[in-house]
Structure formats: structure tokens, C-alpha cells
Design a protein around this ligand. Structure first.
Ligand SMILES: NC(=O)c1ccc[n+]([C@@H]2O[C@H](COP(=O)([O-])OP(=O)(O)OC[C@H]3O[C@@H](n4cnc5c(N)ncnc54)[C@H](OP(=O)(O)O)[C@@H]3O)[C@@H](O)[C@H]2O)c1
Length: 269
């Protein structure tokens, strides 16, 4: 199965690198195309994929096409692609806010998978949600899933509404975690720790907490109560967060991202 990645930026290159490790593909079957001459030169130096400078040479040969350009580039790209596509090809979009209907219309095709990846895909710890048009078969969807899983884990969702919702949780989510980390780093520095020690204290705390959470079925509340004792230090911190409504504010933030994803989708119709 020949796979083409269009757009070799953060996401496109991450997925191409992940898929290059897949048993389903081998180097000869993985093509990559970008319009920037600098990017093409860097890809050639990397020597991991078959690099193409023109769509005419690679798009007609592809069975599956991953689209990883910025959403505002999609109209121009679709116009260029349309004369070269065929109805058997499967198009997997990584673009935020671009609906399946828009991709079907822009390319005049039927088989489309829309996905929402996230940045930790760069270290093989990404999570991608995905959904498909009715014309994509179960077998084809399984092939797509296998490729998405090369960058971490994936979840299948029933409708595009959940793609927008997952933007608010996992797509934008790494930034919420960095926001929390930043606050703790600032507090550690203020308490007098060196930059390096602050980084170790914070990153190891996050890594350890996630590891504990993943090891069994205990809820975050249960873990919080294991750290906190009545009248103790952790309880003082958690009470301070509750008094300031931090939990509700974080939920509001996730909904703000969800609402913005829906809004962007409407704007691009
Ligand atoms: N980064 C994230 O964390 C993240 C998370 C979720 C979803 N996404 C989605 O992933 C997609 C890609 O984002 P990104 O951060 O990887 O963007 P990026 O780093 O800007 O990469 C896009 C690449 O595509 C190239 N390109 C633009 N138009 C093209 C065309 N017509 N044909 C071929 N190549 C073209 C760009 O070249 P130029 O630079 O010369 O324009 C650039 O090299 C976006 O749609 C975004 O919504 C990203």
C-alpha cells in the first residue's frame, strides 16, 4: 500500500517518521511531498522517505494520502490536487477544523478520515481521535488506525462533534499541562530552587503522578486523598485551589477550545 504525506511540518513529519517504523509500510511505499524547497532539501538529507517536489509525480500513485498542511492552506491545496485524485484513494486529514464534507467537496472524493492528533506524537506518546465518511470500509479504517497508532494511541469516535470535543481535551491539552507546569516552576524558583532543580522537581512530579495513574484503576480523587491528609500541607494546597474555583476554570478552558474548534469549522465551510 503506497502512502503519501502532504506537508512535512511538525505533524506531517512526525506521522511520516512514525509510519516509517510500521510493519505495514516500508520505505519504498512511503512518499512525502512539501511545497517548500528548504523542507525538501532537509528531507533529502534525512534520507528516510521518498521525497517528491511535485504532486503530479506522487499523488496519482498513492493509495492513502495524509494531509498535514495548515487549515488555511487547504483550499489552494484541494484545487491543485483535485484533477489528480481518484475514488479509490483514502484521504486522512490531520487538519484542525476542516470538516469531512469540506474535504469531500474540495477534492470531489468520498473516502475521508478526519483526525485530531496532538503534539506528544513527536515522542511516540500522542493520542489521535478519528472518524470517517460512510464510504470508508472497516478494513480500510483498520489500516488507517494501524498507521495512526505508530505515533501513540488512537480512539475511534462516532461523529465529527467528538473530533472538535477532543480538540478541547487532547489536541490543545498538552498546552494546559505546560501551563500547570509553568506555574509550579515559577513557584519553585520563587521558593529559591535553581532553574535546574526546579525542572527536576516539576517534571519528575508530573511523570511520577501519570505513571501511578496509569498503573491501576484508581481515580484522580483517590490518588489526591492518598497524598492529602486532614490538616496537612497537600490539603492546604487543594483547599486553596477549591476556594479559587480552579477545577471549574480548567473545565471552562477545555470548553473554550471545544467551542473555538466548532467555530473554526463553521468559518471554513
Ligand atoms: N502542531 C500541532 O500540535 C497540531 C495539533 C493538532 C492538529 N494539527 C494540525 O496539523 C496540521 C499541520 O500543522 P503543523 O503544525 O505540522 O504545520 P506546519 O509545521 O506549518 O507544517 C505544514 C507544512 O506544509 C507545507 N505546505 C503548505 N501548503 C502546502 C501545499 N499546498 N502543499 C504541500 N505542502 C504545503 C508548509 O510549508 P510552508 O511552511 O512553506 O507553508 C509546511 O512545511 C494543521 O492543519 C494543524 O491543524 C497540529
Amino acid at each position: 500500500m503506497k502512502t503519501l504525506v502532504i506537508g512535512a511540518g511538525n505533524m506531517g513529519l512526525t506521522y511520516a517518521e512514525g509510519m516509517a517504523q510500521s510493519a505495514m509500510l516500508n520505505r519504498r511505499n512511503l512518499m512525502i511531498f512539501d511545497k517548500s524547497a528548504d523542507v525538501i532539501a532537509r528531507l533529502r538529507d534525512l534520507d528516510h522517505f521518498d521525497v517528491y517536489e511535485s504532486l503530479e509525480e506522487c499523488l496519482p500513485k498513492a493509495d492513502m494520502v495524509f494531509i498535514a498542511v495548515k487549515p488555511y492552506h487547504c483550499d489552494d491545496l484541494f484545487e491543485e490536487m483535485q484533477p489528480m485524485v481518484n475514488q479509490e484513494q483514502i484521504f486522512v486529514s490531520l487538519m484542525a477544523g476542516v470538516t469531512i464534507a469540506k474535504i469531500q467537496e474540495g477534492l470531489a472524493v468520498k473516502k475521508v478520515v478526519r483526525s485530531m492528533p496532538n503534539l506528544p506524537a513527536q515522542v511516540g506518546k500522542g493520542v489521535t481521535s478519528y472518524t470517517e465518511s460512510s464510504e470508508v470500509s472497516r478494513v480500510e479504517l483498520l489500516m488507517v488506525r494501524n498507521l495512526l497508532d505508530t505515533t501513540g494511541k488512537s480512539i475511534h469516535v462516532e461523529s465529527e462533534n467528538y473530533i472538535d470535543a477532543s480538540t478541547g481535551i487532547s489536541g490543545s491539552g498538552p498546552a494546559y499541562v505546560f501551563y500547570f507546569m509553568n506555574s509550579m516552576l515559577e513557584a519553585a524558583l520563587k521558593m529559591g530552587f535553581s532553574k535546574n532543580d526546579s525542572k527536576v522537581l516539576v517534571s519528575q512530579t508530573f511523570e511520577g503522578a501519570v505513571e501511578l495513574f496509569n498503573q491501576n484503576d484508581l481515580s484522580p480523587d483517590t490518588w489526591m486523598n492518598r497524598v492529602a491528609s486532614k490538616g496537612g500541607t497537600t490539603r492546604a494546597a487543594l483547599d486553596s485551589m477549591d476556594d479559587n474555583n480552579v477545577k471549574e476554570l480548567i473545565k471552562d478552558a477545555a470548553y473554550a477550545a471545544f467551542d473555538r474548534a466548532v467555530e473554526l469549522g463553521e468559518e471554513k465551510k
